[in-house]
Design a protein around this ligand. Sequence first.
Ligand code: NDP
Ligand code: OXD
Length: 309
Amino acid sequence: MSLLLIAKNRDLSSLKKALLEKDPNLDVEIWPRVENKERVNFAVCWNHPKHVLDSYPNLRAVSSLGAGVNHLLDDEALPENAKICRLITGSLKDQMAEYILNAITNYRLHISKYTDQKRTGKWEPHSSIPKKHAPIGIMGLGEMGTSVATLLLQHGYKVNSWSRSRKSIDGLQSFAGKEELSDFLQETKILINLLPLTDETDGILDLELFKQLKNPGYLINVGRGTHLVEEDLIYALDTEQLEGACLDVFVTEPLPENHPFWNRENIMITPHIAAITPAREAAEVIVENYKRALSGMELMFEVDREKGY
Ligand code: NDP
Ligand code: OXD
């Protein structure tokens, strides 16, 4: 029995080391050097080459090496009977909350304007946006969204959320379902996308949606690149429906050199780093799920294939 790690362009040696520290009896292999494919029962994948899973006949479960699973569910070779799970850890949730708080503070205090001004030696103060004029809307109130909402509420922000089912968190106004999306948007100035990528949410961040925000809105996209219709963002910025955006995920990653986003002062860009699973914590969850998969138990953070998250 063995556990396989598969990722393109990613060094998996520290994860292998952490797994063996957690359980020295594990047999851990790193793709593509796999001795006996029939022995592999559990695979951990991040942007794996499509169809590579075809050649492992005894897979009981496949785990994402992150919180998102769209890269797994997109793969037609995903074994039908294997369970699917994802990696959620305490520090992943903390990192995401810190990233978002920081992005909001940067926007309200105009930090990127001052960074630009420093380049040209310009001394020009800007009035910061008071918290009470910056209601926040979080799309997706799952593991990540809940952590973000909790921190923002602690910092005195007005927070709304939008999800499929209604949530109950002290101080938060929860909107649910398609029929309440417009009401949610009309209550929101700073929009945070933390939805999973599914057929229903692909392309959801478009001009029609931006138009409904309190004007001008601000967008933070940390979900997936294709949630956003990129040309609609440019149009919304040009027509001042949006004042700016902070983007961590893109349709094409790495963001191509000649992409128009690079030259926009009001778009903050980070290279998909909002929250990264630390190897030691990842190992804890993977080992637990590996054991559960071998004994046929329900997995931690198991994914519902029908829902797509
Ligand atoms: P969860 O599965 O825990 O939560 C998803 C949330 O989205 C739930 O609240 C769910 O509603 C809601 N949702 C799903 N579909 C719809 C829909 N059609 N309409 C309304 N609401 C919907 O996901 P996580 O919080 O763990 O992660 C979310 C995403 O964040 C990941 O899929 C990944 O893409 C991204 N991510 C990005 C990272 C980065 O570094 N940039 C790091 C980690 C995650 P309900 O609760 O009612 O089911
Ligand atoms: C994730 C991510 O899904 O890093 O964890 O995007």
